[in-house]
Design a protein around this ligand. Structure first.
Ligand SMILES: NC(=O)c1ccc[n+]([C@@H]2O[C@H](COP(=O)([O-])OP(=O)(O)OC[C@H]3O[C@@H](n4cnc5c(N)ncnc54)[C@H](OP(=O)(O)O)[C@@H]3O)[C@@H](O)[C@H]2O)c1
Length: 324
């Protein structure tokens, strides 16, 4: 342990009121790890799911726990046997979600979970990228093996994962259908969606047909109604609820549940695509770290577009180089 820092921690599971902005001990990097000065932390639904205790049977978290598994910052200290990054490198990361997170001044991260951040993005915008973009990447490319020319349906195309999935699918050369409510139809078009669908006005299955890949970010009835839009051999990939293997077999399609995982190499690939101007985060709201409760309330509404980011180091956020 080495000094004190500010962090947002929980001491027990519960509502937004269990988030406490307080002093916490700062850890030191061990072998293969680096200490990162966090400049900004992205907010994701997993943060409030962990806060509520929804993940307690899967991840053995210890209290008090620092939340937040999305960050952009600067390498401050390098542990033994860590050789890929140097002090002063500007990095972004999804740290291991079973350990303390990034709602803090400092975080210890394994080198394998880090990449140099996109040079074209300021920390606030870079912090919006790792978890959502990597999830979209792993779902579309690793799990569903998306190929150019395929037809993709992305549910929640305006959301954190969805808005990256739309852009990555277009980058790969797919024909993209995406759902969102009326207020987000313009955003879907700006992101490059070929056929935006307002799920409050239209049944998506009336518009999207002969689909190769459905990316389900919603679950429930949306997942259930998605089987019928798939062509034979298609893939239903869900982020929220394992689709029925039995049903997939009966219909001659594939079902997959995607659990994204930290991967510094893939983050480096994503940074290149961002710097080439082919992918960009959309920022919905920037809040100071001390307002993490508000950030959780917003995320938990299920109807924010793009990403919410917590500003951790003051002085970040006004220098954003791209508009959302
Ligand atoms: N398995 C994994 O590894 C993994 C990784 C990342 C995320 N996830 C999960 O994936 C889900 C999505 O994550 P996220 O970060 O994208 O969430 P998010 O940003 O909160 O998603 C919000 C978006 O969903 C849209 N939406 C809500 N209801 C909808 C519906 N019935 N049909 C179509 N769109 C709808 C909203 O659009 P409107 O406001 O227009 O309705 C909004 O833009 C979460 O449950 C998250 O926990 C899982």
């Amino acid at each position: 342990m080495n000094g004190i820092m500010k962090a947002v921690r929980i001491h027990n599971y519960g509502g937004p009121e269990v988030l406490h902005y307080e002093e916490a001990p700062r850890s030191q990097p061990q072998a293969g790890e680096v200490l990162v000065r966090v400049h900004a932390a992205g907010v994701n639904p997993i943060d409030w799911k962990v806060r509520e205790g929804q993940m307690k049977d899967f991840w053995l978290h210890k209290f008090p726990l620092i939340l937040g598994w999305d960050l952009s910052g600067v390498v401050e200290e390098v542990g033994k046997a860590a050789s890929r990054f140097r002090i002063g490198d500007e990095v972004y990361s999804i740290p291991d979600p079973t350990r303390n997170g990034a709602y803090a001044d400092y975080i210890v991260v394994r080198e394998s979970e880090l990449a140099l951040k996109p040079t074209s993005l300021h920390h606030i915008r870079a912090a919006a990228v790792p978890l959502a973009a990597l999830t979209a990447w792993q779902a579309l490319f690793d799990t569903a093996q998306l190929q150019s020319g395929q037809r993709v349906l992305i549910h929640g195309g305006s959301g954190g994962v969805g808005h990256f999935a739309v852009q990555l699918a277009k980058w790969k050369g797919a024909y993209v259908f995406a759902t969102a409510s009326g207020k987000n139809q313009d955003l879907l078009r700006e992101l490059g969606v070929d056929e935006p669908i307002d799920y409050t006005q239209q049944r998506f299955e009336d518009v999207a047909r002969k689909i190769d890949i459905v990316l389900d970010t919603i679950g429930g009835e949306t997942q259930e109604r998605s089987w019928q839009v798939l062509k034979k051999g298609g893939v239903l990939a869900s982020l929220v609820q394992p689709p029925s293997e039995e049903k997939a077999k009966k219909l001659g399609v594939h079902a997959a549940f995607v659990a994204s995982h930290p991967n510094g190499e893939q983050l480096a690939e994503i940074a290149k695509i961002i710097d080439a101007g082919r992918l960009a985060p959309v920022i919905n709201r920037i809040l100071p770290l001390s307002e993490a409760r508000r950030a959780h309330e917003l995320s938990q509404s299920g109807h924010t577009h793009g990403k919410i980011v917590l500003r951790v180091k003051n002085g970040n956020g006004s220098l954003e180089r791209k508009t959302s």
